[in-house]
Design a protein around this ligand. Structure first.
Ligand SMILES: [Zn+2]
Length: 216
């Protein structure tokens, strides 16, 4: 099966993607990551992407499509995709559809991890890291153990308020951009909404149930 996972920043999309990849032996195609890898490997395309990004220009659909086709055409990954960070608009969704068709594949499921801005704010503003061991905690969801010699509150560091402001803007932009796309997949009967405001394991369990019902 091929699936797409949507979710605003702070919804825990990365965690759930990893869970799905491991449980169902899928291949995660994250456009952000493949773009960064091209740049790092200094391929011809990578050099072009690098100059576009440094000048603040958008990466054209054509470039992203070419990269994605490289994976979709690879028999190793056939019907094993989880698309993360793509598509981001209707044009890309149509492109993806055409590409998959070309290689006799399709999207079987679109998971939409939904979470309110309020919860995202708590997840981000409550987050702190132990400056000694690097463990990540959260004032609201995951507090450090008591009587720990290491992760004492005096060692915990919070991120700056800027991080929260940026996160709120990213969340709002995400919601606005994704609305048409959510509708697009809803109309195709592929969309399944998942409540992202519960614990990681509860969310994973719901996702498993959905995937199993489609696979079985
Ligand atoms: Zn610690």
């Amino acid at each position: 099966m091929n699936l797409i996972i949507f979710g605003p920043p702070g919804a825990g999309k990365g965690t759930q993607s990893n869970f799905i990849v491991n449980k169902y032996d899928l291949f995660q195609l994250s456009t952000g990551r493949i773009l960064r890898e091209e740049v790092k490997n200094k391929t011809e395309l990578g050099i072009k992407i690098d100059s576009l990004m440094s000048s603040g220009s958008l990466i054209e659909n054509k470039i992203v499509n070419k990269l994605i086709e490289g994976f979709v055409s690879n028999i190793k990954y056939k019907n094993r995709f989880i698309f993360d960070g793509y598509p981001r608009n209707i044009e890309q969704a149509n492109n993806l559809d055409a590409l998959l068709q070309k290689y006799e594949q399709k999207i079987d499921l679109v998971l939409d991890l939904s979470v309110s801005l309020d919860i995202v704010k708590k997840r981000i503003s409550g987050r702190s890291a132990c400056s000694i061991c690097g463990k990540i905690y959260n004032d609201f969801f995951n507090t450090p153990p008591k009587n720990s010699s290491c992760c004492d509150s005096k060692f915990l560091q919070k991120r700056s308020d800027d991080t929260l402001d940026i996160a709120v803007k990213r969340f709002q932009t995400y919601e606005k951009n994704m609305d048409p796309l959510i509708k697009f997949y809803k109309d195709l009967n592929l969309l399944k909404s998942v409540n992202g405001e519960r614990t990681i394991s509860q969310i994973s369990a719901e996702i498993s149930g959905i995937i199993d019902s489609i696979e079985g």
